[in-house]
Design a binder for this molecule. Sequence first.
Ligand SMILES: Nc1ncnc2c1ncn2[C@@H]1O[C@H](COP(=O)(O)OP(=O)(O)O)[C@@H](O)[C@H]1O
Ligand SMILES: [Mg+2]
Length: 290
Amino acid sequence: MGTPGGKNVREGFLIMNATKKDAVLQLMDVKKIFAQGTVDEVTALNGVSLTVYDQDFISIIGSNGAGKSTLLNIVAGVFPPERGGRVIINGDDVTNLEEFKHATYAGRVWQQPGVGTAGNLTLEENLSLALLRGKRRGIRAAINKQRRQLFYEALTPLGLCLEDRLTALAGTLSGGQRQALSLVMATISKPAILLLDEHTATLDPKTGQTVLSLTEMIVERERMTTIMVTHNMEMALKYGNRLVMMHQGKIVVDMDEEEKRSLAVNDLVTAFEQASGEQFKDDSILLSHR
Ligand SMILES: Nc1ncnc2c1ncn2[C@@H]1O[C@H](COP(=O)(O)OP(=O)(O)O)[C@@H](O)[C@H]1O
Ligand SMILES: [Mg+2]
């Protein structure tokens, strides 16, 4: 994303995107307070506004408890934001839409491979359910020849031979294979946005790399607009065209591709400290190589 002129960079950036690309997701002043009015009250999101454009791939990084998963939960409709906040996807106001109706808008992959896939169902049953998510009732879950062909075509490019195991139980797959299946499930019904929540964090580094490469491939092939939460700064720098940092329920850094291209992990720490006014304390982010 260029910033023509050089003067008033932010404005130029916004105008360019508004004219050249469509906004897929708009978050407006999104707040989330848990256990409000009790001693356990937590402000997980404290006024987040973010516009995600068509085919943006945003990496989100931030320390534990910064509000990253809460943000994805709001986009996925797990719960609504506090009153006054708005969530717009593809021009539709989905702020108060029930979670199951969000499925046509957002596909998701979680940290735990077991969450996105049902271990006691076969691969093709899992994929069928994913295909039906968010659709009107009455559409049958039957697995026919045409669907098998679709699943075959979706799995083959992964290079994991999962297409030969359509009738195997998902529970027999390894963690990495299950995350790959989750990625296909999250994208097969072509949702408006793909949400990845530290989806490689429980995998060993090598498998994590494989799943990241598959992520990139699927995102490119399906032209997905993507938000990927990661706990790893190197990963955040390497993947995506935008990098967002969160701190205490707020977005404190939002960089475009040009800005992040020249940065190393140390520069990110500096950017974080300048934006938040605090020292960067979360060693797990700096030391994590997953
Ligand atoms: N369902 C919930 N109930 C109560 N508190 C929650 C809930 N989900 C998250 N929180 C709290 O909100 C804050 C942000 O959490 P989260 O969004 O999970 O952070 P992150 O994903 O950045 O680590 C944390 O303090 C967390 O304990
Ligand atoms: Mg989280």
